[in-house]
Design a protein around this ligand. Structure first.
Ligand SMILES: [Zn+2]
Ligand SMILES: [Zn+2]
Length: 304
């Protein structure tokens, strides 16, 4: 009987473990230079697989702080090609090669991604020539890339996980996407950079975690600085975020890509949102990790 209970516990706990989706915010910031907030990058881990969503400034450093080696990243998804989302890509591409990446780097991104990746390889041609010869003799196979262009409704499946891309509004960028990532039990939505989007609401309905961008500026700042108004116009403000949360009702919302144009603190921005929604919402920090399971567990990678 005792053996049976142990076996049952083992089966149940391995089932729970198998379905966990682990989300690590590697970069919670914007193009603004900051020690605390690197630009956009999110690591998602499911079973033994790792997926990187965007590769902003310092992504490789934050991965290393999360105990992930440069050659362990084999799948990268780009929401769009704004520089704050791709600045760290060449570091992963080239340093992953130096660390003997043993299979092609797969990159899923909007139109323009193939050109971006090819241009990067061209830019590093001298380095590639030198390192692929003696004394380093790095295997050129480790630099192979496989680029797939994503579109509204693109779907990817691997090892029980599905990743779907959906179009969002981030004009003047015409190719900008969010992602819905799910297995048989749990579901995560990443908004990418977007204005208020009905599609995000639809996709995030009933999901466990919504990672949504946030941009804030006071009325005074918007009136005084037309440029701030322009920037805010292709992002989502605090009141809109609260509305999105109220309509989609995820178990938890993490606000990412934190842009405060008037110097408001995280708490001040969060207060505005909390005045407009009763649902659970937090502002992201770099290396914040969220285990998506029956009880959502939030902690911070220690190596900062
Ligand atoms: Zn953008
Ligand atoms: Zn951005």
């Amino acid at each position: 009987m005792r053996k049976f209970i142990f076996l049952l516990l083992f089966i149940v706990s391995s089932e729970i473990y198998a379905n966990i989706i682990k989300v690590t915010i590697l970069g919670s910031g914007t193009p603004r230079v900051s020690f605390e907030r690197f630009s956009q990058s999110i690591l998602i881990e499911h079973k033994e697989d790792k997926y990187l969503f965007d590769a902003g400034r310092g992504a490789l450093i934050r991965l290393y702080q999360s105990n992930v080696l440069p050659n362990e990243i084999k799948n990268i998804f780009f929401t769009h090609l704004h520089s704050d989302h791709v600045l760290g890509f060449s570091d992963i591409l080239m340093t992953g090669w130096v660390y003997h990446r043993d299979s092609p780097l797969k990159i899923y991104g909007p139109e323009g991604t193939q050109n971006f990746v090819d241009s990067m390889l061209k830019a590093y041609q001298d380095d590639i020539n030198v390192r692929s010869q003696a004394p380093e003799n790095l295997d050129i196979a480790g630099l192979q890339t496989n680029v797939k262009t994503i579109y509204d409704g693109f779907s990817y499946q691997n090892n029980g996980l599905t990743i779907e891309s959906f179009a969002v509004k981030h004009e003047p960028f015409t190719h900008a996407f969010g992602f819905k990532i799910y297995n048989s039990k749990y579901c995560i939505v990443i908004s990418g950079d977007t204005t208020y989007s009905d599609t995000v609401i639809k996709k995030a309905k009933g999901c466990d975690l919504l990672v949504h961008e946030i941009a804030h500026a006071s009325e005074h700042t918007l009136k005084k600085y037309p440029k701030a108004k322009g920037v805010i116009s292709y992002h989502t403000n605090a009141v809109e975020v609260a509305d999105i949360i109220n309509k989609s009702r995820p178990r938890l919302t993490i606000l990412n890509h934190v842009l405060s144009l008037d110097g408001s603190s995280d708490d001040e921005i969060l207060n505005i949102i909390k005045q407009n929604t009763k649902h659970d919402v937090l502002i992201a920090n770099d290396l914040m990790t969220i285990d998506i399971k029956d009880d959502i567990y939030i902690y911070k990678q220690k190596n900062l």
